[in-house]
Design a protein around this ligand. Structure first.
Ligand code: BES
Ligand code: MN
Ligand code: ZN
Length: 500
């Protein structure tokens, strides 16, 4: 799908060649004084004067072959105060209004003088509303929409936000695509290939297999993978946008391509949804895709431990004790708490890059879904600056998270008689004890953990991946690049100066 940004008056939008036009109408325009109105504005004014257009975001009016309007179908839709949230509602409603008609290949989306954040929200909402999953359908109905002309009052003023939005869409769609694929079409090796496909000018990818991972000593990761016929993959991505001496941000994504629970087998109902258990990994791939397009000046490392969690004669048994890469021994009381086992070894590995920050992203706990539902991701952090940066990025990207606690006392639930730590606590504060487990593997580095169990996918009728938190991560990394620009990184341990 091609997005084009153009400076367009409402009049020019109406004379642009397209199958359909959507005009977003903020409340602020209600009282506007227009001497010579174009046909669309006239239509809106009349509907308002007649009291036929309720002041509520998402309220729409549709017309067919309106005189003076080139696109065959036109939709006026209210977008309230013009905030990102209302704009998203407006675009979703307008797509609902267009549904059922002939496929729209070329669309004019007239946004007028809406803010850059609104433009961003509109682009993301169009992508979301028109996304189609096709990978495993024998008669796919691919997305018809090929071109979206985004009309704004001042192209210059919104250009950089628009570029960010388009790159975010690409990344988010890659994340959705991989998370949606069934586990037999998205094995650890398939994920590794998807990563390798991102290789290019600024991105390098390394893939380690079972032998290398065993040699490194990642006993916790191996313990999860050993029940499966599918060989594990440890995927390492490097985005190099700054000098070598600039410490990278490391993103770690949980890549369980299917989570049966292992010997602590999950119930059958809805188990299919555990194909989304690599949503963290998918968001790392999507973020790298966006980085390749935006090319910000910073360094980013992506780490994806990928494997299946299966029961078998070779599978890890409850009570087994394994030795992690950090040297700590772990008593695996519940084989369904596998995400933290693959992540802990990846977190230890992350520290070899002397990172400026480490962020792991994981569909880690059902408890987080209970705590925060599908609206906000759970955020845990050992560093207030990093927490603030992620919270802000989430708000700005309309991909919000909420900070959760890490008090020392929560860690007591993980005490074990037979190892240094157990992999589960009790039922209480399940998402916090999971985060406390991970925290043990992070030493002296700003670290954050995003529990996306509730936000990475939707259940029910519209079942599918959301591509979250790609928007949050992309925003955070761009902010981080801007911060580096202002306040270059401290010289590294080797005493070299950061060059820009
Ligand atoms: N992948 C699941 C977490 C999950 C559950 C994500 C439901 C989305 C929806 C994770 O591996 C898991 O099974 N966690 C257990 C942990 C428990 C055994 C301590 C859980 O949340 O029940
Ligand atoms: Mn599990
Ligand atoms: Zn899992």
């Amino acid at each position: 799908m091609d997005f084009q940004l153009k400076t367009l008056t409402t009049h020019e939008a109406a004379s642009t060649e397209a199958d359909a036009l959507i005009l977003l109408w903020p409340d602020a325009r209600d009282g506007e004084d227009v001497a010579q109105a174009d046909p669309l504005t006239l239509w809106a004014r009349q509907a308002l004067a007649d009291g036929d257009w309720k002041a509520e975001a998402g309220q729409w009016l549709a017309a067919h072959r309106l005189p003076g309007v080139q696109p065959r179908r036109a939709v006026l839709v209210r977008c309230g105060d013009g905030s990102a949230r209302r704009v998203r509602q407006a675009v979703e409603a307008a797509f609902g209004a267009l549904k059922g008609g002939a496929p729209v290949r070329r669309l004019v989306l007239q946004l007028g003088a809406l803010s850059p954040l609104a433009v961003r929200a509109a682009v993301l909402a169009v992508a979301d509303a028109s996304y189609r999953y096709t990978a495993t359908l024998s008669q796919p109905q691919p997305r018809a929409l090929a071109t979206v002309i985004v009309g704004v009052a001042d192209r210059e003023g919104v250009q950089s936000t628009f570029g960010e939005a388009v790159a975010t869409v690409r990344g988010q769609e890659l994340a959705k695509e991989w998370a949606n694929r069934p586990a037999n079409h998205a094995t650890p090796s398939d994920l590794a290939q998807a990563a390798q496909a991102l290789q290019g000018r600024d991105i390098a990818v390394e893939v380690l297999g079972p032998k290398e991972v065993a040699k490194l000593g990642m006993g916790a990761f191996l313990a999860v993978a050993q029940g499966s016929e599918q060989p594990l993959r440890f995927i390492v991505l490097h985005y190099r946008g700054a000098a070598k001496s600039v410490a990278p941000v490391v993103l770690v994504g949980k890549g369980i391509t299917f989570d049966t629970g292992g010997i602590s087998l999950k119930p059958a109902a809805d188990m299919d949804e555990m194909k989304f258990d690599m949503g963290g990994a998918a968001s790392v791939l999507g973020t790298f895709q966006a980085l390749a397009q935006l090319r910000p000046s910073l360094n980013v490392v992506g780490l994806i431990p990928a494997c299946e969690n299966m029961p078998s004669g070779r599978a890890t048994k409850p009570g087994d004790v394994v030795r992690s890469l950090s040297g700590q021994t772990i008593e695996i009381l519940n084989t369904d708490a596998e995400g933290r086992l693959i992540l802990c070894d990846a977190l230890t590995y992350a520290q070899r890059f002397q990172p400026r920050a480490v962020i792991d992203i994981a569909t880690l706990t059902g408890a987080c879904v209970i705590a925060l539902g599908q609206v906000r991701s759970g955020l845990f952090a050992n560093d207030d600056d990093l927490a603030c940066a992620l919270l802000e990025a989430g708000e700005a990207a309309a991909d919000p998270c909420w900070r959760m606690p890490l008090d020392e006392e929560y860690g007591e639930a993980l005490k074990s008689t037979f190892a240094d730590v157990a992999n589960v606590g009790g039922r209480a504060a399940g998402s916090v004890t999971a985060a406390k487990f991970l925290q043990r593997f992070v030493k002296d580095v700003p670290w954050a953990h995003l529990d996306i169990a509730g936000t990475a996918w939707k259940s029910g009728k519209d079942k599918g991946a959301t591509g979250r938190p790609v928007p949050l991560l992309v925003r955070y990394l761009l902010d981080e690049a801007a911060r580096l620009e202002v306040r270059p990184a401290r010289p590294s341990k080797r005493g070299r100066r950061a060059a820009h």
